[in-house]
Write a protein that binds this ligand. Structure first.
Ligand code: ASN
Length: 361
């Protein structure tokens, strides 16, 4: 098998550089019955390179262009007809709201094309779960969208990117993945975008969900065990085609002796909502409660989440949310609550409506 079809725009950190509607560059004869998958590359460790094979943790992210990534994995041609586009070439910790909007709009445009059966996004792992959740909330399609990264650069011994990417393409090409929303394929598992998080930062089993994976992908076959019940993609009331900017929503982290400085600063810079990453069950320090009440009285939404990774925040437990007009983030991590709050604010400024959205997505 020869190199994959690629259509790589010049790698550039500029948000505006995303290709509008890239034509397919034919370099491989279409195989009968093969499904068409587009790989949108954004950078990260899966495109990283280190100085030696010993470097599993010390390397530069976002170095290898998508055409090289695909050409280095000839096995892809056994799974699908694949072409690539370079959307960004950045480490995912540097992702911005603008990056999210550009990427989601490109995914949305591609899934409308009859010659695209599924989309894979290669992404750094640090904010991969945030981007995957954002896509699941905003792209209207039944076609599979798979977000994938790696914990080790391709230059390292036991690099995990090649198999993760092969698995991603085989899920994106599969009819049985249709209607299951946006998923993440890391470490042979298929995880739903909403629930998965990067919970380990040095091992290849980095991505975990407290509710468990949806299934596994082994040797190009998907084994499903459950399906997501929260609203996503086709059932979402948010649509990236109608969103051109996101309101400012910021996260403040709690800890012993925490001052109110960060809350006041974010209110001062015009935040429309503050996600409070509270201790325990989203608890709020006594000196922070008035800061959040003042923020609320100025029209800023207060979203009560927890810095504890597992479990969930109960309404009116720890704090009287009804009385204060606050919202609870349910089981969403603070960084994912930020995205849902921002999308909710594109529709409403009513905290009851925002709470309804937090229960449903
Ligand atoms: N493993 C990774 O991809 C980490 C990298 N810092 C990134 O998120 O781009």
């Amino acid at each position: 098998s020869g190199p994959q079809n690629t259509q790589a725009a010049a790698a550039t950190p500029a948000v505006a550089a995303a290709p509008a509607a890239a034509p397919m560059a034919a370099s491989q004869p279409a195989q009968q019955g093969m499904r068409n998958v587009v790989v949108l590359a954004t950078g990260g460790t899966i495109a990283g390179a280190g100085a030696s094979a010993m470097n599993s943790a010390t390397y530069s992210a976002a170095k290898v262009p998508v055409d090289k990534l695909l050409a280095g994995l000839p096995e892809l041609s056994k799974v699908a007809q694949v072409r690539g586009e370079q959307v960004f070439q950045i480490a995912s910790e540097s992702f911005t709201n603008d990056n999210l909007l550009v990427l989601a709009k490109r995914v949305s445009a591609l899934v409308k094309q009859a010659d695209v059966d599924g989309v894979v996004v290669t992404h750094g792992t640090d904010t991969l779960a945030e981007t995957a959740y954002f896509l699941s909330l905003t792209v209207h399609t039944n076609k599979p969208i798979v977000v994938v990264g790696s914990m080790r650069p391709g230059t390292a011994l036991s690099a995990d990117g090649a198999l993760n990417l092969l698995n991603a393409v085989s899920v994106a090409a599969a009819k049985d993945a249709e209607g299951k929303g946006v998923v993440v394929t890391m470490n042979d598992e298929i995880q739903t975008a909403r629930d998965v998080n990067k919970d380990v930062n040095i091992k290849t089993n980095a991505f975990q969900s407290q509710w468990g994976p949806l299934g596994m992908v082994v040797e190009g076959k998907n084994y499903w065990f459950r399906a997501p019940v929260k609203r996503h993609t086709m059932q979402s009331e948010f649509n990236i085609d109608n969103i051109s900017s996101l309101p400012a929503v910021e996260v403040v982290y709690s800890y012993g002796n925490v001052p109110r400085t960060a809350i006041d600063a974010f209110v001062g810079t015009g935040a429309k909502a503050i996600v409070h990453a509270g201790t325990g069950n989203g608890s709020v320090a006594d000196r922070i409660v008035p800061a959040l009440q003042e923020a609320r009285s100025k029209g800023v939404q207060v979203i009560r989440s927890a810095r504890v990774p597992y479990g969930f925040v109960l309404r009116n437990a720890e704090q009287p949310d009804d009385k204060y007009d606050w919202v609870v983030a349910h089981d969403l991590r603070p960084e994912k609550a930020r995205l849902l709050a921002a999308l909710a604010l594109t529709k409403t400024n009513d905290p009851k409506e925002i709470q309804r959205i937090f229960w449903e997505y």
